[in-house]
Design a protein around this ligand. Structure first.
Ligand code: UD1
Length: 337
């Protein structure tokens, strides 16, 4: 029995693959390498000390998927593959709908055809839309605010509809809060294309000297220090959550969503301070305008995952910053060309 991991060469996928292999799972990784590198695949093998089949290909390729389901004895899928940049999704929405929604439909179609009905899907806290009510709970109203978020919400809806039509499916939707950090070895980590959009990769590139200073997007929010608050979660904790979700599938949970967050919010300036504390590097920053679309505060109520998956995040912001820095300092250019 094997687990098909789509997008397994990416940031969260690569960390999850290492843990799956270490836990004794057989995996098959499918990735089109549109936002990841073969070097990551090599390093997954190196870290886990195990081999696995890697297929460079696209989830939009139904024939390729059918071949994979025929060739391997796959019983579950962890579906990471997708485009993930909010700003880009606003400029090229069709590509996001095509790739994320179209690609997921192609994957689910092939799963159905081949009798594979177990899936863990990478959703996002972004499906909660804008709300003041914190912490966010899984049964809070949903409503995404940009094309990227809408693709995540549509895929969730599609999976809920598939389950409603056939209760023998097992569907777990993992709503990630803000994934940061890296494998403590520094061998795998986040490798964004170009200038990072997200806070922590930006900070680590300032620290390594690739960027001059951080722009803090707004310090007049209704928060204690005026900067936005997020629920940062270590990517290793997130990877653990996928293993727990995979175990849960065997209990026929239905179609169920889980928040993967720590339940603790940290402000932008607190993250700058945590990075300084963890690494001894003080990050130069200036206060800039607010970034359109940013919620002032967002953090999870992670209690459902604790109760039903037996999962809680164990790593704190210092761990996140230290491990991020180990990765960034050892790989100033990420995985390179
Ligand atoms: C963003 C996406 C979210 C996605 C998530 C993936 C938006 C509006 N949201 O979340 O949909 O699921 O990434 O991790 O893009 N900040 C700065 N300076 C920077 C970068 C960020 O001050 O150079 C601030 C932001 O204003 C925000 C916080 O840092 O308050 C976190 O930003 P970011 O890392 O981009 O994550 P989100 O916006 O929470």
């Amino acid at each position: 029995m094997a687990v098909l991991v789509t997008g397994g060469a990416g940031y969260i996928g690569s960390h999850t693959c290492v843990q799956l292999l270490e836990a004794g799972y057989e995996i098959v990784v499918l990735d089109n390498l549109s936002n990841s590198k073969m070097e990551a695949v090599k390093r997954i093998r190196e870290l886990a000390g195990k081999d696995f089949d890697f297929i460079k290909g696209d989830i939009l390729d139904g024939e390729l998927l059918d071949d994979l389901f025929k060739k391997y004895d796959i019983d579950s899928v962890i579906h990471f593959a997708g485009l993930k940049a909010v700003g880009e999704s606003v400029s090229i929405p069709l590509r996001y709908y095509q790739n994320n929604v179209g690609g997921s439909m192609s994957l689910f179609e092939s799963m159905k055809k081949n009798g594979v009905k177990n899936i863990v899907f990478s959703s996002s806290a972004t499906v909660y839309g804008m709300t003041d009510k914190m912490p966010l709970r899984e049964d809070d109203p949903l409503g995404a605010l940009n094309p990227y978020g809408r693709t995540k919400l549509m895929i969730e809806d599609i999976l809920r509809d598939i389950y409603a039509s056939d209760n023998s499916w097992n569907v777990i939707l993992l709503r990630y809060f803000n994934p940061v950090g890296a494998h403590p070895s520094g061998r795998i980590g986040e490798d964004p294309n170009g200038i990072p959009n997200n806070l922590m990769p930006f900070i680590s590139q300032v620290a390594v000297g690739k960027l001059k200073e951080l722009s803090v997007f707004g310090n007049d929010y209704p928060t204690p220090d005026g900067t936005c608050i997020r629920d940062y979660i270590h990517v290793m904790d997130l990877a653990d959550g996928h293993l727990k979700a995979l175990e849960k599938l065997s209990e026929n949970p239905g179609a169920v969503a889980y928040n993967l967050g720590t339940g603790k919010g940290s402000s932008v300036l607190e993250m700058v301070a945590a990075f300084g504390e963890a690494t001894g590097i003080s990050i130069p920053y200036r206060i800039a305008d607010r970034r359109p679309g940013d919620a002032p505060v967002s953090y999870a109520d992670p209690s459902r995952a604790a109760e039903e998956l037996g999962w809680t995040a164990t790593r704190d912001v210092i761990d996140m910053c230290r491990d991020l820095w180990t990765w960034q300092s050892q790989n100033p250019d990420g995985y390179g060309e």
